[in-house]
Write a protein that binds this ligand. Sequence first.
Ligand SMILES: *Cc1c(COP(=O)(O)O)cnc(C)c1O
Length: 396
Amino acid sequence: MTELPSPLRPATRLVHAGQTRTEFGETAEALFLTSGFVYASAEDAEATFQGKLAHYQYSRFGNPTVAMLEERLAAIEGAEACRATASGMAAVHAALIAGLRAGDRVVASRALFGSCHWIVSTLLPRFGIESVFVDGADLGQWRDALAKPTKLVLLETPSNPMLEIVDLAAIAALAHQVGALVVVDNVFATPLLQQPLALGADIVVYSCTKHIDGQGRALGGAVLGRRTWVEEVLQPFLRNTGPALSPFNAWLLLKGLETLSLRATAACANAENLAEFLARAPAVARVWYPTRDDHPQAALARAQMSGGGTIVTFALRGGKRAAFAFLNALRLIRISNNLGDTKSLVTHPATTTHYRIGAEERARLGITDGVVRLSVGIEDAADLKADLAEALAASA
Ligand SMILES: *Cc1c(COP(=O)(O)O)cnc(C)c1O
C-alpha cells in the first residue's frame, strides 16, 4: 500500500485519509456490506478471539468501511482514535455513559441539543449520577459548579439555537483541576471551523447526520478522543451494547466528508451574507451569528473558531404570529428541524426542537416566540435573499 505524504492539509485529508484499498485497486472507498467475516481455519478463529490475530469478527465490533470513516474523522480532528455510531445521540450517550457510574457528578451547559439535555437531566439521575446545569457563557457559574470533584463536563458551542459561545480553553482548565473529562458536542462548528481537542477538550462528539453527510441522506455519529480511553472505556461499551453504524451509512458519510470543505465554505459565506441581510430588515428585531460584531461574544467566537458556521438565528418583531407567517410564506427555504444540509432549512424552535423543554427553560435560554433558526445551504445567495425578502414582507 502506498503511504500518504504527511502532513496533509484538512481539505486533502477529507478526501484521502483513512482509505484502505483492496487487491482490486478501486478508486472509491469499498463498501463492505457484510455482517460477519470468515476465517481460513478454526485456529485463525481461535487466534482472533484471543486477540493474537488482527481479523474482523462481526460488524457490531468493527467493519472495514466503518473503520475507513473512523480513520478519516480521526485524521481530520487530530484525534488519536475514533468510533462511529448509528446516530449523533448514540455517540453522545456512549461518550457519557461508558465511563460514568453511580455517585459520579456531571456538569453541563444548559444550552444543549434537546436529547443531550434529556440524557443529563433525566437519564443520568435515574442511575444515581448527579447532574448540574450552568449558563454556558457565565464563567462564574462554571467556576462554582467545578469547585467540587466532577467526573465529566458536557458542553455545546456554538449552542442550538441561540449560538451562545462557551470558552473551551477556560472550561477545560477548570474541569481538569477537579479531574473531569471534557466532552464537546462540535456539531454546529464542524471539524473544520473549531478544534476542541487543541483547546483542551478530551472528547469530541458529532452528529454526522448534520454537515458531515450534509445531504439529508443518513444518520450517523462519532466519538473521538485518546486511544486508551477509546479502547478501554468506549469500545467495550459499544461492542456489548450495539449502537453500531451501518457500513452503508459509513460509506455515504465517507463520500460526504470529501465535499465537506467545499460545502461548509459555501454555506458559511451564504450564512454571513444572509445574517447581514436579515440584520437590516425592519421586521427583524435581532440577529445572532457567532462572528458578527453585534454578537455579545464575537471576540471569543473569532478566537476559537475560524468561521461563524452555517446557522443564523434571528428574532422577528411580531412574535409567534409573524414567525409562522414568515415560515409559511417561504417557497425555496423549507421548514425542517434538520440542519447542516446543502438545502436551506428553517425551524421555529419554541414550537419544535425546544417545545419539550418548557416555557421556563426556553425563557432562560432566550428562545422567545419570535425566534427563527435558519440553517443555510449552498444555494445562490441571491435566490435565498429573494425568498427571505418575500416571506418577511408576508409576515408583517
Ligand atoms: C442533531 C444533533 C445531535 C443528535 O444527532 P442525531 O444524529 O440526530 O442523533 C446532537 N447534538 C447536536 C448539536 C445536534 O445538532
